[in-house]
Design a protein around this ligand. Structure first.
Ligand SMILES: *Cc1c(COP(=O)(O)O)cnc(C)c1O
Length: 413
């Protein structure tokens, strides 16, 4: 991977035709060390947030060698780039073939489930193995999360009694409970609430859990979504754990995805056309910008121009991606100098989680380059940049002037 001092250096040297993922491995190293020092238990990286080999290698090189995987390709990826790591297959619905491959070919012993049927499948596909760690996925409230994950998986705690008992009886190794409070969780107390619910379910079933897995959900920073500090989340989990009815030996696990990688990457795109306040870019919804379309997240942006000039007053823009689908639209608003136009490069920040990971090849696009840059991310939960993203305001008069110009044009027609 080529390294550049800054995105501007890359633009000057290469003027890239394709979008380029700009990655900052040091931010992942710092986040990995922060979680291992602050979280009082085992930290598993949720691979789906960003499965890039450089991420897996950076985590492993910084002591994080446990991974939450959801498919055989993710298992193979971890086996290749962080050999010898611990893996937990935390998808509650798996094929028999995937369970067997995980167990027999890759030594995976930890499996999640939220039904009796899945438990039976796991036991069958592992030849009634006795050394399984079985994690019962509970449904918990997604209140306070910007990206709820409660719709699809998890058994309601008040209906979990039979399943907790069955999982407890099925293994001589670890039995645990797991949940996910929802991604980009803005409220630290969500963890404490979920742990209280898990504790009640365990007490009602009369079983002790060997593992309490508080899942992912740890936030990053996006415009309009500046969360409390990560220390507040750790404190909520500490309080929640202290209040649970568990053994002294019960282990605490977490599965951060977003928080470990979000600030590590931005994407360098190019403007191929401007139509009024719409910029047509070479990356979009089917590329790295899924959340900018489907969740309407107004990611932070910077104009990168070869001559360095980017000092015109700011104005709000919308983006269109390169495919022919009209859903390939990102409403923003994205604040950029008002003279932005064809040939300019735009760096879109905070795309390390669920960004490049989501890119498809639809319509012949989605081929993203890769380069390392050494500047700071646009915002940081770990002190590398401000813990906020300023929402720009146009210089007074700018918007008025522009809208007057537009209305004049309309009157002329
Ligand atoms: C997606 C996922 C995670 C990671 O969630 P983040 O919000 O990115 O931290 C963790 N655990 C499970 C089971 C997941 O599906």
């Amino acid at each position: 991977m080529h390294t550049y001092q800054s995105p501007l250096d890359l633009v000057r040297e290469r003027s890239p035709e394709r979008p380029v993922a700009l990655v900052r491995p040091d931010t992942v190293a710092l986040a990995a060390r922060w979680f291992q020092e602050s979280f009082k238990g085992e930290v598993l990286y949720a691979v789906k947030a960003n499965p890039s080999p450089w991420v897996i290698k950076t985590l492993a090189a910084n002591g994080l060698r446990a991974f939450d995987v959801a498919s055989v390709p993710e298992i193979e990826l971890v086996a290749q780039h962080a050999p010898g790591s611990k893996m937990a297959f935390m998808h509650p619905v798996k094929s028999r073939a995937a369970i067997s491959a995980a167990y027999f070919d890759h030594g995976v012993r930890t499996f999640a489930l939220d039904t009796h049927e899945e438990l039976a499948k796991i036991l069958d596909a592992t030849g009634q193995a006795k050394d399984l760690n079985l994690m019962v996925r509970l449904a918990v409230s997604s209140e306070g999360s910007s990206y709820p994950l409660s719709g699809k998986f998890g058994v309601e705690p008040h209906e979990a009694l039979g399943l907790l008992l069955a999982a407890r009886r099925a293994t001589q190794d670890l039995m645990g409970v797991a949940f996910h409070v929802g991604s980009q969780c803005m409220r630290p107390t969500a963890y404490q609430g979920a742990m209280a619910g898990a504790s009640r379910a365990l007490v009602r079933a009369g079983v002790f859990a060997d593992v309490v897995d508080v899942g992912g959900g740890f936030p990053s920073i996006y415009p309009g979504m500046v969360p409390p500090s990560l220390g507040d989340y750790i404190n909520s989990i500490d309080r929640g754990f202290a209040e649970m009815m568990v053994h002294e030996t019960t282990e605490l696990w977490c599965e951060p995805g977003r928080a470990l990688v979000a600030e590590s990457s931005s994407v360098l795109t190019r403007v191929d056309l401007r139509k009024g306040d719409a910029l047509y870019l070479n990356d979009g919804s089917y590329g790295s910008l899924f959340d900018a379309t489907h969740s309407k997240w107004p990611f932070p942006v910077k104009l990168i121009r070869e001559d360095g000039a980017a000092d015109a007053p700011l104005k709000p823009f919308r983006f269109y991606g390169p495919t022919c689908d009209s859903i390939d639209h990102m409403p923003g608003p994205f604040w950029l100098p008002e003279d932005v136009g064809e040939g300019d490069f735009i760096e879109i920040g905070m795309l390390g989680a669920y960004g490049v990971a989501m890119a498809t090849r639809f319509n012949g696009y989605g081929d993203v380059g890769l380069a390392e840059v050494q500047d700071a991310p646009m915002a940081s939960m770990y002190g590398l940049a401000p813990r906020s993203i300023p929402t720009p305001r146009p210089e007074s008069g700018t918007v008025v002037k522009l809208s007057r110009a537009r209305s004049k044009k309309r009157r002329r027609r």
